[in-house]
Structure formats: C-alpha cells, structure tokens
Design a binder for this molecule. Sequence first.
Ligand SMILES: [Zn+2]
Length: 212
Amino acid sequence: MSQEAELRAKIVRMGSLLYNRQLAHGSAGNLSVRLDDGSILVTPTNSCLGFLEPERISKLTPAGELLSGDPPSKEYFFHMAVYEERPAAKAIVHLHSTYSVAASCLCHAHTGNALPPLTAYHVMRVGKLPLIGYYRPGDKALADAVRAASREHRAMLLANHGPIVSGSSLEEAVYAYEELEETAKLYFIIGDRKASPLTAEAIADIDRAFPS
Ligand SMILES: [Zn+2]
C-alpha cells in the first residue's frame, strides 16, 4: 500500500475513534497529515469524523490548492500555517471537544499557558498551551496568530473554540490531543480546590529526560 493510501485509511480510523469517544460531534473538527512529497491530506468540509470515506479526503498542494477529493475543511488554512512553521509536524488534530472548549471560554490570568501542568504526561505530550485570542470562523487573520504560536508550541488553544495539536505522526497528535482533553477534564474536576501542579523543577527534569 502506498504512503498516501495508508494515511487515508489511518485518517478514517482515527476519525472514527475520536467520534466514538465523543471527542468530535456533528461535522465539527478536522484532521490532516503531511505526505513525504509535501502535499497535505485534510478532512473535507462538512464531513463527520465518524463516517469519513478515504477517497473523498481532500488532497492539497503545500500552497493549499485542491488536487483531488472533496473541498477541504474551512479551517484548512490554519493547518497550512502550522505545517509552514513546523517542519517536523506531520499531522494535526483540531477538535471542539467539551472540556478543552470549556477551558477556552474561561478568563485566563495569563495567556501563555491555559492549563496547569497537573501531570507529567501532559507536560511531555502537550507542553505549554498558549491561548490564542478569539477570531470568527473563517477569519484568515487566525492563520497569522497560529503561525506565530507554532514556532515554539506543538499545541495551542483557540479562545471560545478549541485546541490545535500537531505531532510527528497522526497517532502522536491524537494521543497528545487526548492527553490535553483529559487534563482539561481534571482541571474542572479539581475546580476551586487547591491543586498541586508540577513544580518548575519537576518540569525541567521531565524536559531533560524527554527532550521534544
Ligand atoms: Zn474549529
């Protein structure tokens, strides 16, 4: 099987997994992968991640022109911004999952990191999570904000919207997204109780042991 056929099948499998785990609903959310030749596969506009068809997945040039398949998600442009800025990124997951979106709707004391480092796995898989300001759906100015945040971050949270998570493979991006959603859930379960997040020393130790 060619790399492209394998990745099309993987997008369908992962879309179904995310939908069945109720991390995606309706036609919200989109997945993409970058092929070795630089072209991008992205889920089509108005498609439900639970019922994707491999041959209808959109294939785009690195500049975003449609090569084959259905028209891409209306949010494809911020996927392109991440790929442009992060050469190591091979896949992107963007969903509107409940706990992460809830975290994106809060007033945050500082926008450099929207969730506390509650667990080592969150630190390893997600890292710092900058909050990007609100943009209306389809506003292309969002691409510039995403591009700027992508320089130093593999994950970010769009205000009143949801996370964008990149990875070196679709599995890595999906697992990091799931870790982020679980941390957001823990954050709300803990609520107003006094939490004990990882110390700066503990985070530095993790970063040394598991450099990204
Ligand atoms: Zn979205």
